[in-house]
Design a protein. Sequence first.
Length: 142
Amino acid sequence: MSSLPRSLILSTARCHLRFPECNLAPEILKHVTDERFPRDLPWALAKSLDDISDRLTQIHEKWDEGSAFCLAATANSDGRYLGLMTVTSTEPDVWAIAYTILPSEWRRGYATECARCTMNFGFERLMARRIWAGAASWNASS
C-alpha cells in the first residue's frame, strides 16, 4: 500500500477523522493517563509528552510507509479531541482496526460511528479484502 496524503479527512455525522498532528500530544497524554484508560493497551506505556511525541513519530512513519493509518477523532461541533482510530496492515489485503475513545465520552456511540467509518475507509480506500478487530473480554460494548 502506498502512503495517503496527511491532509486526508474522513467524516461521520458527528466526527472528523484526520492525521494526528503533534499538537494533539497534550490531549492524547490526558487520554492515555486517565485512570479509566485500559492499562493493557500499548498507549498506556506513555507517561509523558516525550513518550507521546515518540509514539506520534512512529505513527507518522507508518503513515508515510502506508503500513498503518492512525486517525485522530475530533467532534464536528467544537473540534474537541475524542480518541484515536487505527487501521494496520497485517498481511496483503488484510487490515486490523483498533480504537480508543476518551473515557469521558464512552457510551455515546463515538466508537461505533468512527469504527464504521474506519472500516469503510479500509474497504473502499485501502482495498481491503478483510478487516478484523479484537476486543478485550472486559469490554463487552466493543
